[in-house]
Design a protein. Structure first.
Length: 313
């Protein structure tokens, strides 16, 4: 029986400290799955440390290791897309290099696909142990918000770590949008998915690349990509304030007719003007965000640019 090839995509940004640990653990798990062939496709996302040198060394020493090195930092979303686009496997997995995505889950994930008929096996954290409380709270609120404003189901605690069939991989690649939120894309394409839960695992080495501000901006990408509710919100707010202004005008006229001079008072008027102006700017900002995303999409710029691969060695 012909062995099935499993491709493992590993986005890397300044992961020089973690890569040796990841390679050791990943190859150990690969040796356990002796009925499968493996390829490890590392994507260097413009790292500034020794990540590229380590990837070159791995590619020289192990024919299963391949790498793509970007011309600059394009972000994790671009790295994952590049990895998926260049895989050859019958099954494709995405894993972080910091071992927060345990390779030891791969045998069970493969079994669920091949024996129980799933198209994709995804992972989610059952707990957020080790995370700052504020970050955990904001993450939970984000998923609750997305459940209410988007028709695409978002699973709380979902990781990028998953094993997919080639059919699912090609479906994800068919969505070639420039502004990407891959967690949402996985849910959008559908297919029969099994979720595996595990407790949060600390990084084996190095520091996280996502601070609170970057995660906040990343969440905005999700909102803009999978919901048009903010646009409706701007319209609703505009209607409510117009209606409120109409009621206010009628009230002031009536008060002025009954109690002369009751409409005076410029401080309150200034506050109202500033408040309404702020709401208008907020709504214009929402429209601007959607317009900016549309502008970037229409430019048709490539999602990433390659500087070198293992073929250049």
């Amino acid at each position: 029986m012909e062995k099935k090839l499993i491709s493992i995509v590993v986005p890397c940004y300044n992961e020089a400290l973690a890569l040796p640990h990841f390679y050791k653990e990943a190859t150990r798990v690969a040796a356990m799955m002796e009925d499968n062939d493996f390829e490890f496709l590392f994507v260097n996302d413009g790292s500034k440390d020794e990540t590229l040198e380590i990837l070159r060394s791995l590619a020289r020493d192990d024919s299963r290791c391949r790498y793509i090195s970007f011309s600059r930092n394009f972000g994790k979303e671009a790295a994952m897309f590049a990895g998926l686009e260049n895989t050859k496997g019958d099954f494709v997995a995405i894993m972080d290099a910091d071992l927060q995505d345990p390779p030891a889950l791969l045998p069970e994930m493969y079994r669920l696909i091949t024996e129980e008929g799933y198209d994709c096996v995804a992972t989610r954290r059952s707990t957020r142990k080790g995370e700052p409380p504020i970050r955990s709270f904001c993450a939970r609120m984000f998923y609750k918000l997305m459940d209410k404003i988007s028709k695409t189901e978002m699973v709380e605690g979902a990781r990028d770590f998953r094993l997919m069939t080639r059919k699912v991989t090609d479906a994800v690649l068919s969505l070639g949008e420039y502004n990407r939120f891959t967690k949402g894309i996985y849910c959008w394409v559908g297919y029969k998915t099994k979720w595996l839960e595990y407790e949060n695992i600390e990084r084996v080495a190095g520091k996280t690349k996502f601070n609170f501000w970057k995660l906040f901006l990343y969440s905005l990408e999700c909102v803009m990509a999978f919901s048009t509710v903010p646009l409706s919100l701007a319209s609703v707010m505009g209607f409510l304030f117009t209606a409120g202004a109409g009621v206010g005008i009628v009230t002031i006229i009536i008060r002025e007719l009954i109690w002369h001079g009751s409409a005076s008072g410029w401080p309150s008027l200034v506050c109202i003007i500033l408040f309404v102006s702020g709401v208008q700017l907020f709504c214009i900002g929402i429209l601007g965000q959607y317009l900016a995303k549309t502008y970037l999409e229409t430019k048709k710029r490539p999602i990433y640019l390659v500087s070198e691969t293992e073929k250049d060695l």
